[in-house]
Design a protein around this ligand. Structure first.
Ligand SMILES: *Cc1c(COP(=O)(O)O)cnc(C)c1O
Length: 404
């Protein structure tokens, strides 16, 4: 295996072909009027924003979504132009010049954004920026997530009225976010759908992009197909937002070995069943191997004591790499064996129990497949009491990403 660093073998291997494959699955499912925007916020869920964005564009997506203006600028600076980049989080108006210069689409849920932005441009004598370009915006509606967005008809009517005072604003879209499509009471989807329809009815017809699909809603038959844009996040990376574990990748035997019953983790809703392929692998190598005698204390706090004479491997990955202390119950894979972590996870290293002696430099898989086991992010997230979104976005910058 190619190594990103001569000095440390820990690395993430990102399979861009799998990302293309996942986009294609959605392309075959979507209605013909629907566009797919690739959600590449948080460094593309840890996969690397620039390579993932370029791959997604090659696969035919017609827009990108990020959380912050800085993430959007990073993409523009990498030469990604001529494609809309929607900043989905709320943005401060003070950076208006950059927003215009880099041709970003921002999310607003308040008219004061425009007032403050205009003041800022005047203050810096940058009003000329508005001569040859308009500020592209999408309005955010809060239909039940209670995060950001207008909530009532009165607020929407006031916004529709007030925005006319800002002819330099190009109001292109309106969107909302469903909070339970990826988990939680399904009936809440109907509640949000009703509120969405009530509010979106008040939006002028000139606002043509009306969207609410994330990965999970994109597969939600009843209404998912009505969203003009599918903001494709977790499924782009081959995972299901409910962290179900597909049986083509993880066997029932492995579930049993990992102490799960199939009913806990298998997908029971056939509409959510796509043959998604995870794109993220996390690997390292044994950096130290030794045999210890029974009763040897291992790791900080003497948090493990060997039960007998045991082979111990040390690997160069720890919580500063994003392999968090909360992951100590997750086995790692060595030559097809699932090896338990011993004691607490350190900042830069951790210890595992080996079934026998292995040579230094033997590959160790933290996320990915080795023999009959597939350390699938959704399965691992369940062991650690988290979600795959968090696990992947936490893999730190210290871990180099390589692309295949
Ligand atoms: C992150 C995000 C998405 C993507 O959600 P997934 O569940 O990863 O598909 C879509 N819309 C908004 C507003 C988001 O913040």
């Amino acid at each position: 295996m190619y190594r990103a660093s001569e000095h440390r073998p820990t690395q993430a291997v990102v399979n861009l072909e799998n990302i293309k494959h996942n986009i294609q699955l959605y392309q075959t499912k979507k209605a013909s009027h629907q566009q797919i925007y690739a959600v590449v916020k948080a460094n593309a869920y840890g996969h690397g924003a620039i390579p993932v964005a370029k791959t997604a564009i090659e696969a035919g997506v017609t827009g990108l979504c990020v959380a912050t203006v800085d993430e959007a600028i990073q993409l523009r600076k990498a030469g990604i132009s001529n494609i809309p980049i929607l900043v989905m989080g709320l943005t401060l108006p003070y950076g208006i010049a950059e927003i215009l210069y880099y041709d970003l689409t921002v999310t607003v849920s308040d008219l004061s954004f425009f007032m403050l932005a205009l003041e800022q441009l005047k203050k810096n004598q940058q009003e000329t920026l508005l001569k040859d370009r308009q500020l592209k915006v999408h309005l955010k509606l809060d239909t039940g997530m209670s995060r950001v967005g207008l909530r009532t008809k009165e607020e929407v009517i006031a916004f529709v009225d007030g925005i006319q005072a800002f002819p330099w604003v190009d109001w292109q879209g309106v969107f909302t976010h469903f909070s339970t499509a990826g988990g939680g009471p399904i009936s809440y989807i109907d509640f949000q759908w009703n509120r969405w329809q009530e509010l979106v009815d008040l939006i002028p017809a000139s606002v043509t992009l009306r969207h609410f699909d994330n990965s999970a809603m994109g597969l939600y038959k009843a209404i998912g197909g009505q969203s003009d844009i599918i903001r494709l996040g977790i499924s782009l990376y081959g995972l299901n937002s409910r962290d179900t574990v597909p049986n083509d990748l993880v066997s029932d035997q492995q579930l049993a070995d990992y102490h799960f019953s199939p009913s806990e983790v298998r997908n029971t809703e056939s509409q959510l069943d796509l043959k998604l392929k995870p794109a993220f692998q996390l690997i390292t190598e044994l950096s130290y191997v030794k045999k210890v005698e029974k009763g040897t204390c291992i790791s900080y706090g003497a948090s493990y004591v060997s039960q007998e004479d045991e082979w111990i491997g040390t690997i160069p990955i720890g919580y500063a790499d994003g392999w968090l202390r909360a992951y100590s119950q997750i086995p790692v894979l060595v030559e097809g064996h699932a090896c338990p972590v011993l004691g607490v996870i350190n900042m830069d290293q951790l210890m595992i129990r080996l079934p026998k002696q292995f040579p230094l430099g033997t590959e160790v898989t933290l996320i990915g497949q080795d023999g009959k086991y597939y350390n699938h992010p959704s399965l691992l997230a369940r062991i650690a009491g988290t979600i795959s979104y968090e696990m992947l976005t936490c893999i730190s910058e210290r871990v180099p990403r390589i692309y295949i």
